[in-house]
Design a protein around this ligand. Structure first.
Ligand code: GRF
Length: 194
């Protein structure tokens, strides 16, 4: 049976673009029997939506600001996701905290990318915190999503050496370039071996 991948984004969607490009280049529909069937966002202006549309991928927006609370937002988000019969949900810069109810609904089939070497620095401002702590290495982690924020089984990681001259911005940019290689590789690994 074809494995349907649904990607959730909030912002520029550069990780999503990298996943879509890799899927095309490596012919995931043949090699993994997997297809990216939808890109959904909580932000109507997310840049990545236009890219996905242009690639012929279904897109959708569930704008969290239209909802009085997290649970009503998630109810509609789950509805939008479920229309695509997902085998895998990929959070790619999706900037909403998900409730245990949402996570349990897709147990074992949600992946996230976090720009630190987890379990170090869960949460926000990871690069600045790594610099402030004097870390010599930063990186990124792809992990399974569980109710606890930025926790869950690690699928793969990449290490990025920190340079003396680094600012949070320069480090974030170097880590992001590596995220673009890490995320498609981790998804592939997850689909092949889980
Ligand atoms: C990435 O650094 C990701 O690790 C973090 O948010 C950023 C998203 O970037 N969760 P993009 O939207 O994929 O360009």
């Amino acid at each position: 049976m074809q494995k349907n991948i649904v990607i959730l984004i909030s912002g520029s969607g550069s990780n999503m673009v990298s996943i879509v490009e890799t899927a095309e280049r490596d012919n995931w529909s043949k090699t993994l029997n997997a297809k990216i069937v939808a890109v959904l966002s909580n932000r109507p202006k997310a840049k990545g939506l236009a890219y996905a549309k242009q690639k012929g991928i279904a897109t959708g927006v569930v704008n969290h600001t239209d909802y009085p609370d997290r649970s009503s937002f998630e109810k509609d988000l789950m509805h939008a996701i479920d229309q695509h019969n997902p085998s895998l949900l990929v959070l790619a810069g999706f900037m909403r905290v998900l409730t245990p109810l949402f996570v349990s609904n897709y147990a074992g089939k949600i992946l996230n990318i976090h720009p630190s070497l987890l379990p170090a620095f869960p949460g926000l401002h990871t690069h600045q915190r790594a610099l402030d702590t004097g870390c010599k290495f930063a990186g990124a982690t792809v992990h399974e999503v569980i109710p606890e924020l930025d926790a869950g089984k690690i699928i793969d990681q990449v290490v990025v050496p920190i340079q003396d001259s680094d600012t949070a911005e320069s480090l974030a940019a170097r880590v992001l370039t590596q995220e673009h290689l890490l995320y498609p590789r981790a998804i592939k690994q997850f689909l092949q071996y889980r």
